[in-house]
Write a protein that binds this ligand. Sequence first.
Ligand code: HEG
Length: 147
Amino acid sequence: MVEWSDSERKTIASVWGKIKVDKIGPQTLARVLIVYPWTQRYFGSFGNLSSASAVLANLKVANHGKTVLNALDKAVKNLDGIKATYSELSQLHCNTLNVDPDNFRLLADCLTIVVATSFRSEFNPAVQATWQKFLSVVVAALSSRYH
Ligand code: HEG
């Protein structure tokens, strides 16, 4: 069971409070698809992903990026129950979507990079450490129902 100090709780709430889901979500998923092009295999119904500019202009990518990021809200609001929060979502990604769980880590890393470029000096090493601790718990929870 992961423990959160008061200061970590404050930092996570503060970072999340400054994240504009409609901007950061699309940028994060687009970055995953551009930097790790093999992840495009899961998005066969999303249309044109043939170049970086096509990915960045793709509305389905943008919308799904918002969906993914909005799902993080549940974890931020329930830091002590992240595993249970994502139990069903983990099963969906495993059994129905057949997403390789390694990809959760790739997405988390892209999210950290997008947040860092957006927040600049505010996203200092201490904030980054707490934010990545949070994301690693999310990644573990999303992977927890794989078999
Ligand atoms: Mg997943 C659907 C959340 C990583 C591929 N993802 C979804 C949905 C949510 C979600 C909330 C909608 C579920 C529903 O319809 O009930 N995804 C989510 C989170 C994270 C993540 C929170 C990581 C933090 N997803 C992820 C990654 C991939 C992926 C890394 C593939 C590389 N997700 C995926 C696909 C769908 C979803 C293919 C179905 C999309 C669609 O057909 O619209």
